[in-house]
Design a protein around this ligand. Structure first.
Ligand code: S3P
Length: 171
């Protein structure tokens, strides 16, 4: 399937593979890929951790909402969203208006293995363990599920298989 005329917004908990999947989808669909966190950090001139530390989480969430609005003009793109983008109803509304929202899921153990050596995620700083990941995931579960048009469980699947599943579902 070459080309799409809508945005694909990849959502899901930290470490569910949004960036990796977006990177392959971009090749398969021949569209631009956007890393939301990277772009926010670029525009702010500081890392996500530094934004949290300097201005607090609410400010970061405001930057996320502003950034999401800009993707309307960029259509069609594949966007790898920050894991907390579903926390605001407004964000879900903006994303729904731009295309398909694809939720990637993974087991807490899988997530822990992927994120344990990174200190780039302020939400997990000081809470880097499976129990915390599992409880935060549970807290957010309903929001992820209600935002999603398509849900893909990623455990035990290759990047290729996940992309095929997404492409098959969004067509
Ligand atoms: C966050 C997830 C991060 C980043 C920020 C907050 C969250 O993105 O936006 O650290 O609240 O889940 P990734 O999901 O890309 O790690």
């Amino acid at each position: 399937m070459a080309g799409i005329d809508f945005n694909i917004m990849l959502i899901g908990f930290m470490g569910t593979g949004k960036s990796t999947i977006a990177n392959m989808l971009k090749e398969k669909l021949q569209v631009e890929q956007i890393e939301m966190d990277t772009l926010i950090a670029q525009e702010a001139g500081m890392s996500i951790s530094k934004i949290f530390e300097t201005f607090g989480e609410e400010h970061f969430r405001d930057l996320e909402t502003e950034m999401l609005r800009k993707f309307q003009e960029k259509k069609p793109v594949v966007v790898s969203c920050g894991g907390g983008v579903v926390l605001r109803d407004e964000n879900i509304h903006i994303m729904k208006g731009q295309g398909k929202i694809v939720l990637l899921t993974a087991e807490p153990d899988t997530i822990y293995e992927r994120v344990k050596n990174s200190n780039a995620r302020p939400i997990l700083n000081g809470n880097m363990n499976v129990e915390y990941i599992s409880s935060l995931m549970e807290k957010r579960r309903a929001r992820y599920e209600s935002a999603a048009d398509i849900t893909v469980a990623t455990d035990g699947k290759t990047v290729e298989e996940i992309c095929q599943e997404i492409i098959g579902a969004v067509k």
